[in-house]
Design a protein around this ligand. Structure first.
Ligand SMILES: Cc1cc2nc3c(=O)[nH]c(=O)nc-3n(C[C@H](O)[C@H](O)[C@H](O)COP(=O)(O)OP(=O)(O)OC[C@H]3O[C@@H](n4cnc5c(N)ncnc54)[C@H](O)[C@@H]3O)c2cc1C
Length: 285
């Protein structure tokens, strides 16, 4: 799929391009509308520690390019791209290089959350590096039962949290099976983060939850500079424009790179209409 030109064209809806330059061009374009970005180099679950070191170098380069070009941005990474499946210590060392660089240039590294098999190790690694360098934060998924407890611990340490619903299929032993429960938990965790979190990121395209966030912040007189909304590149551009034009802080998650297949499949799985859209376009090729 990743090397097929028609399939590649479909992925451009959600992916900025193969190269860092293409991602930076997107960053400049949305930056002119007052929207910040976080760059994600696609490539989870690398096959060796050599590949993990290559991924780390791509990120070091991306961080420098963001800084040098004055773009309002930071980076988001997955620990399985940094070698977590092979060695916790090597993975930690790779991420530490990046976090040290981010701390030196007033940048920031967000560690994405993968499936529940990685949750504890991800939180441990981020907590450790945050205590040494700052400049790093994590993602918490509202679908997991454990998330309130995790958020309370992270807030107590001043670690920045991005709240999302969760993109991985999880067993009922660890996650709410019903979407309505995930949504309810999301709202409760959003309120906790807005009240106690360090510059939280409310990452969703759910218009109802976004309105509840706006209302909660207004009621509690939480300033708009104290948190940000985040959305994925290519999803709900109408909502993105509305939030930016109303003076809310908004950051787009902008993926780039050749290994787009798993990311693209998660976006399709989130919304059945996307699969129809893809099928129609494939027949048009
Ligand atoms: C900035 C950002 C970072 C994220 N990081 C992580 C992470 O680290 N770990 C993780 O597990 N998940 C992550 N996610 C994904 C997240 O967990 C959800 O899978 C995803 O955001 C869809 O959920 P939703 O909150 O938009 O709500 P939903 O209820 O799924 O969707 C609400 C509405 O948004 C629109 N929409 C949502 N998804 C799509 C789509 N794919 N295509 C078209 N329209 C769509 C539709 O209008 C839909 O009705 C991230 C999401 C964002 C925005």
């Amino acid at each position: 799929m990743e090397t097929s030109p028609p399939a590649r064209r479909l992925a451009t809806r959600f992916v900025a391009g193969d190269t860092l330059d293409e991602a930076l061009a997107v960053a400049r374009r949305v930056g002119s509308e007052g929207i910040a970005i976080t760059l994600d180099h696609l490539g989870e679950s690398v096959a060796s520690l050599e590949e993990a070191a290559e991924a780390r170098d791509v990120y070091l380069h991306a961080l420098s390019a963001i800084h040098d070009s004055g773009i309002q941005g930071n980076v988001s990474l997955k620990l399985t791209e940094f070698g977590l499946d092979f060695s916790y210590d090597q993975c930690r060392a790779n991420v530490e290089r990046l976090v040290q660089r981010a701390a030196a240039v007033n940048g920031f590294v967000r560690v994405d959350m993968e499936s529940s098999a990685y949750t504890q190790r991800t939180i441990d690694l981020v907590t450790d590096l945050h205590a040494r360098h700052g400049a790093v934060g994590v993602v918490i998924q509202a679908c997991l039962y454990r998330s309130r407890n995790d958020i309370e611990n992270l807030c107590a340490r001043g670690i920045r949290v991005r709240l999302c619903k969760g993109a991985y299929l999880e067993p009922a032993s660890v996650a709410f099976p019903r979407k309505s429960d995930v949504d309810r938990n999301y709202v409760e965790l959003m309120q906790l983060l807005l009240s106690r979190g360090a510059y939280p990121a409310i990452a969703t395209h759910d218009e109802n939850i976004i309105r509840q966030t706006e209302a909660y912040a207004a009621e509690r007189k939480i300033p708009r500079e104290a948190f940000e909304f985040q959305m994925l590149y290519g999803i709900r551009r109408d909502l993105q424009r509305r939030l930016a034009s109303e003076g809310y802080r908004l950051r787009l998650y902008v993926p780039f790179g050749k290994a787009w297949y798993p990311y693209y499949m998660r976006r399709l799985a989130e919304r059945p209409a996307n699969v129809l859209f893809m099928a129609r376009n494939l027949f048009r090729q």
